[in-house]
Design a protein around this ligand. Structure first.
Ligand SMILES: [Zn+2]
Length: 178
């Protein structure tokens, strides 16, 4: 059985129980949590592996990107079965990124940034104070493995940077150190 931000039963029947309606009203869950949970329950039918200890903690939407905070085990399932994410993206009509235990990191900017940029060689994260707000600068190593696909990497980095800024409500700059 999947663990979702809403009850599993609700997700399967595309209808919220009084308890989840209350959660939605008081902001504990959002319409994004609800709608994506409906889609995930649907996806479970074609990808039965999702019924094995899948835990989706929270879902955010930033522009056209859906961010899923999942358990470590669930992240592994998604990594081993890329077709699940592909199907999810198709059904949602947007890009999906998956971070393990991200919900717990969201209020810890430095750790959250490390999670978001975990695919890149991070040398360090600096923080300074500019015009009254915090700015985070991520120093990335210009690894030879990434320079071959510079265009792709740049696009992805830029996308992740935008995502991090909006998701964490921070000013983020990325420095590639060669
Ligand atoms: Zn419910």
């Amino acid at each position: 059985m999947m663990e979702l931000p809403i009850c599993y039963y609700d997700a399967r029947h595309k209808k919220l129980c009084p308890r989840c309606i209350r959660k939605l009203r008081n902001g504990e869950i959002t319409e994004i949590d609800r709608d994506v949970s409906f889609v995930l329950a649907e996806l479970e039918k074609t990808h039965p592996i999702l019924s094995q200890n899948t835990k989706i903690e929270k879902i955010w939407k930033v522009e056209n990107v859906y961010v899923l905070s999942v358990s470590k085990k669930t992240k592994k399932i998604f990594d081993q079965h890329p077709e699940i994410k592909k199907d999810l993206e198709e059904k949602l009509g947007g890009k999906v990124v998956i971070f393990p235990n991200f919900q717990q990191l969201k209020d810890r900017p430095e750790q959250a940034l490390r999670a978001i940029f975990s695919g890149f060689p991070i040398m360090g994260i600096d923080q300074d104070y500019i015009y009254g707000y915090h700015r985070y600068t991520i120093r990335l190593k210009n690894a030879p493995t990434t320079s071959a696909t510079t265009q792709d990497v740049t696009t992805t980095l830029e996308e992740l940077k935008q995502l991090a800024q909006k998701l964490l409500n921070l000013e983020v700059t990325v420095n590639i150190v060669s």
